[in-house]
Design a protein around this ligand. Structure first.
Ligand SMILES: Nc1ncnc2c1ncn2[C@@H]1O[C@H](COP(=O)(O)OP(=O)(O)O)[C@@H](O)[C@H]1O
Ligand SMILES: [Mg+2]
Length: 254
């Protein structure tokens, strides 16, 4: 039975899709069979980020309504063996997808894959609430500033209220020099505030933005390495800690 991960955020634009996508690719590169689910009906973007927008024929609603099988709707990601993408509908009314039906579908994916990675819609609406009740790990993606943190705190509240999932946090767009100057919080402080285990910290890196524009995975820079090491942390492997020390040498406990 697969482990199911949901990536959520209180605020939009914190890097949820970037982090979920890179985590899923990393898991597949580590040999896992991975289903990546874009649950953001109407404003999905993982298909575009993967250059697959013309290849997706069937979506989550088609499967829920029996118009297509899961196998028909799952698109294999070219260049990443083991990774398949399943998307919410881009054109139908988002309210047509109920939380119960989505959870049942995630259950079917769990039986077929080693890991299920869900990119949630922004915020803590009904679909996100439903997803929280049927995944194992809820990864809150936030930036280390007051505004994002206030919204992340609401997301953390939802996770604990729903009970089922374990709360984790990825702190994205960290600028170590800002942390030193007290303009951003240290990743550990963010995790403590949210009462969630720190899964990883990703620096602000222009290469991440450029890679997204060019529709490729980030290269070997600090940002790319931090994103790649998230998958290892998800698998309980230690490389992430080494990576974090390199990125934030003064912020890590000795
Ligand atoms: N660590 C980072 N450094 C630089 N740019 C980033 C970083 N993380 C995300 N971005 C960029 O920020 C934008 C929003 O990211 P995205 O993953 O779409 O956020 P969300 O899914 O939370 O709305 C994208 O252009 C993405 O390339
Ligand atoms: Mg997104």
């Amino acid at each position: 039975m697969a482990c199911a991960w949901a990536f959520l955020s209180g605020k939009g634009g914190t890097g949820k899709s970037t982090v979920a996508l890179c985590a899923a690719v990393g898991l597949a590169r580590a040999g896992q069979k991975v289903a990546l689910v874009d649950a953001d009906a109407g404003v999905r973007n993982l298909d575009m980020m993967l250059g697959m927008e013309n290849k997706i024929v069937f979506d989550l609603l088609d499967v829920i309504e029996g118009e297509a099988t899961l196998e028909q709707a799952l698109g294999p990601v070219k260049g990443t063996p083991g990774l398949s993408l399943l998307c919410a509908s881009q054109v139908r009314d988002p309210s047509e997808m109920t939380g119960d039906a989505l959870c049942a579908l995630l259950g079917s994916l769990r039986e077929r894959f080693d890991q299920v990675v869900v990119d949630c819609p922004t915020g803590i609406g009904a679909i996100v609430q439903a997803i929280m009740s049927c995944v194992d790990e809820a990864v809150i993606v936030t930036t280390p500033d007051d505004i994002a943190l206030r919204d992340a705190d609401r997301a953390a509240g939802l996770v604990s209220q729903r009970g089922g999932a374990r709360a984790r946090v990825v702190v994205n767009r960290v600028r170590p020099e800002y942390v030193k100057r007290g303009l951003q919080y240290a990743p550990e402080a963010v995790a403590a505030t949210l009462d969630a285990k720190l899964l990883g910290a990703v620096p602000e890196d222009e290469e991440i933005r450029r890679a997204a524009l060019e529709r490729r995975m980030p290269g070997e820079g600090e940002g790319g390495r931090a994103l790649a090491s998230l998958a290892l942390a998800m698998l309980g492997r230690p490389a992430q800690e080494t990576q974090r020390r390199r990125l934030f040498p003064r912020l890590s406990p000795s």
